[in-house]
Design a protein around this ligand. Sequence first.
Ligand SMILES: [Zn+2]
Length: 638
Amino acid sequence: MASRRDFIKLTAVGGVGLLVGTNAYSNTLLSFNADDDLSHLSNNLLSTWIDALIQLQVNAKSESVDFGGLMCPACGRVHGRVGDAIYPLLYMAKKKQQSKYLDATLLLYKWMEKNMSQPDGSWLNDPVKGSWKGITVFSAIALAESLRYHGALLDNQFKSEIENRLKKAGIFIYNNFSIDYGNINYPITASYGLSLIGTILDIKEFKEKGRKLAHEALGFITKKDGFLKGEGGPYYTSSGKGCYSVDLGYNVEESLPALVLYGKFTNDTEVLDAITPVLKNHMEFMLPDGAWDNSWGTRNYKWTYWGSRTSDGCQPAYALMADRDPRFYRAALKNTELLNVSTYDGLLYGGPHYLSHKVLPCVHHTMCHAKALTTILDQGIPKVKSDLRKVVLPREKVYGSRFFQDIQTHLISVGMFRATVTGYDREYAMKNGHATGGALTMLWHEKTGPLFVGSMTEYKLQEVGNMQPDNDPFSMPLTPRIELMKDGKMYMNISDLKASIVVKEGGGEVIVTTHSKLVDQDQNAPYADEIECQAIYTFYDDKVILDFDSGISLSNDSIRVVFPVVSKSTEKVVVLSDHLIHIHKNHSLVKISSDSKIVFLPTDTGRIFNFVPGLEAIPLAICNPKCRIEIDVVSKMY
Ligand SMILES: [Zn+2]
């Protein structure tokens, strides 16, 4: 590691700024924008994040096991992957030419090697025995990028120590990873990791395996729509509706960025050409505010409104491909703007309402997304030739409805409303994960943002170390649904994997009719005779009407329609009658009305909160087997 004196000497000659593009394993840089909006915002945001991360570094009591690690404010411990922050720390050291970033890097590396490093060359996900080792690929890429772009900041001894460590990590990845290793994001990131390490250390076998994995990954692009499948298993067998495992969050924030980075690093145009339409297809699910609508994904237990809890970020996938489609630039920019407004006191919060609900942010989000921004700043965003003021995202357009067969999901775009209805029947390793059954998993309006969202159908810590526990006794799923409680067991329409959905369009309206059954998480019905439910969602320019029919004729205390309305706890709620509620948003008024009595389900603070996707809501319900609910959004004129 360069000492403080060396660093001053190094920066004084102005040498550091010349390293990019002259490094032996750095691609020749293409023409790129250094001062465009995205680069500018990324630089500022990264600087904010890194300064906050440094504050979390444990630098007292050198005998402590946490010494040098970054303490997570939410989880109260040091996460195993924080060593990845070495890469953005070094970027900041070069940019700001301050030794505190180098000092932090050295301490962090020592923590990582002392606590996470294994004799087989891997690093652990968490500092506990038996922890997942696949994350080695992410740490390896972070160290490799550090050498590639910022190696000149390090003294020869530290540099060769990292090179030796990288070689061991590369051997672990080479020996253990295959296209069938873990979820698809692992072999895909290994394609880039092995290509990068193989080039830096000049190991032919690594490079060959990297190329092989990248090309094998192209076989995981779904035939009809062009999604990347493999976030969950089984890899090679489809669901009852012909679906495979697709997760938007992991795809746009982990796998597609890695394929782009691999393709650009190795100049593999076959891969870049193959994934360009895949990037476009996934972009259909970006909301106009830059959010990723992963209300239906297999791993939506880690869905945060802007992405996914522990993945890196969509910026390398979209920004670095902006010369192929100017909308890619807009997607990366809009998402970064959302990351920016989700940042408080220097840390990226896991959703828009964490702060208002007084929920602390896990440091994973900041640390991982800092890597993504560092990557696009180091590699440079290609110049976009189009007039960016005229570029719009797919969901910024009004188009009626679109169906994505490979995930059995419909997107609706009418007036200022955007909606998602899903009957996707591929589950992850647990039951009652993402909603299905013809659920309305997103209702978004230009004036309000999200009004309804699909959370997990039952919140469970599928990944204990990577999720936050929910200790609120009043907590519940956010997805609008029909519920029946019988003998202590919950039956819901949004659990039914066999639901059917029919969409009709005409006269500017879209009508979505869903048929499902009330079932428990194991698809069992409450009675010998199955109960056929119907939910009809009708979208007009100025309102949305939801008709629920549980299929049960008599009123029954244990059946109800639950529809939590997304609302920050600072918003004023006015109850005008049993049938009409007003929610005052910043620039609009949301009117919720029904033909039945609306009841407020209990809360501690007036709002429930769900980590998926990090939103507060007012838990409303109607205790009738059949009801109509109308949602109007009107602009405030005062
Ligand atoms: Zn945490």
